[in-house]
Design a protein around this ligand. Structure first.
Ligand code: ADP
Ligand code: ADP
Length: 229
C-alpha cells in the first residue's frame, strides 16, 4: 500500500478565501482514515487535491514520500480508485461500466469483480435511460445497485489508494449498511480515505479526523472521540 501525507496544507480556490487553513495528517499504508465534518468544511477539496484537480497553495502532499506536484494527473488517476456519492453510469452495459476500471481486464476478471460486488446477474444489461434497442427497456438500478457497480469497477481496478467520498450518504439505512460492508471488504489492505458527514458511519476507521472550517478540530479513534463527547 501507499502512504499519504498532508503537511501543513493551505488551499484557496479564490485568493481571498482560504478553504484549507493548514492541515496535516497521515494515512499510513493500508490504513483507513476518515475525514468527517459539516458540509462546506473542505472535505471534498482534500480529495480534489489528491487527484491534482488543483494544487496546494502552500504546504505539500506526498505519496510514499514523493511530492505529488511531481506526479502526472494520469498516474494519480490510475493509483486512486474513487467511489463517489452518486455513481453516474455510461451509456453501455453494466459489464462495460465495470470494465471502465481496467480496460485490459479479461471477461472472466470482469465477471469475478461483478460477482464479488453482487452485480453479476445483470452484467449484460443496459441501465435505464440510455440507448436501449427499440422495444427494450433498460434496467432500473437502485442507488445501492449503482454503488455496487462502482465497487465492482474499483475491485477490477485494484488501485493502491481508495477514496470513498460520501459513498453511502445517499442511501437508506439498510442499504447503507450493506454497501458499507462491501466497502469495508474492498478497503482491506489498501490505503483508504473515507469522506463522510457523520461519525456513526466510520466506526471502523483506524483514525477519524474532524474537519471544521478548513482546520482539524480533533482526531482519534471512534472510541476516543465518543469519550470526549
Ligand atoms: P465539503 O466536502 O466539506 O462539503 P468542499 O470541500 O466541497 O466541502 O467545499 C469547501 C468550501 O469550498 C465550500 O465553501 C465550497 O463552497 C467551496 N468550494 C468548493 N468548490 C469550489 C470551487 N470550485 N470554487 C470556489 N469555491 C469552491
Ligand atoms: P464533486 O464532489 O464536485 O463531484 P469531486 O472531487 O468528487 O468533486 O470530483 C470532481 C470530478 O472529477 C467529478 O466529476 C468526478 O466524477 C471526477 N472524478 C473523481 N474521481 C475520478 C477518477 N478517479 N477518475 C476520473 N474522474 C474522477
Amino acid at each position: 500500500g501507499a502512504n499519504i501525507r498532508f503537511e501543513d496544507v493551505h488551499f484557496a480556490y479564490d485568493p481571498n478565501r482560504e478553504i484549507l487553513k493548514g492541515i496535516s495528517f497521515e494515512v499510513p499504508a493500508a490504513a483507513t482514515v476518515a475525514i468527517v465534518g459539516p458540509s462546506g468544511a473542505g472535505k471534498s477539496t482534500i480529495s480534489r487535491l489528491l487527484f491534482r484537480f488543483y494544487d496546494v497553495t502552500s504546504g505539500r502532499i506526498t505519496i510514499d514520500g514523493q511530492d505529488i506536484r511531481a506526479v502526472e494527473q494520469e498516474s494519480l488517476r490510475s493509483a486512486i480508485g474513487m467511489v463517489p456519492q452518486d455513481t453516474v453510469l455510461f451509456n453501455d452495459t453494466i459489464g462495460y461500466n465495470i470494465r471502465y476500471g481496467r480496460w485490459e481486464a479479461s471477461d472472466d476478471e470482469v465477471r469475478e469483480a461483478a460477482g464479488m460486488a453482487q452485480v453479476d446477474h445483470f452484467i449484460e444489461q443496459l441501465p435505464e435511460g440510455y440507448d436501449t434497442p427499440v422495444g427494450e427497456r433498460g434496467l432500473k438500478l437502485s442507488g445501492g445497485e449503482k454503488q455496487r457497480v462502482a465497487i465492482a469497477r474499483t475491485i477490477l481496478k485494484a488501485p493502491p489508494i481508495l477514496i470513498f467520498d460520501e459513498a453511502t450518504s445517499a442511501l437508506d439505512t439498510a442499504t447503507e449498511q450493506e454497501i458499507q460492508q462491501a466497502l469495508d471488504l474492498v478497503s482491506r489492505d489498501r490505503t483508504t480515505l473515507i469522506i463522510a458527514h457523520r461519525l456513526s458511519t466510520v466506526v471502523n476507521a483506524d483514525r477519524i479526523i474532524v474537519l471544521q472550517d478548513g482546520r482539524i478540530a480533533e482526531q482519534g479513534t471512534h472510541g476516543e472521540l465518543m469519550l470526549r463527547g
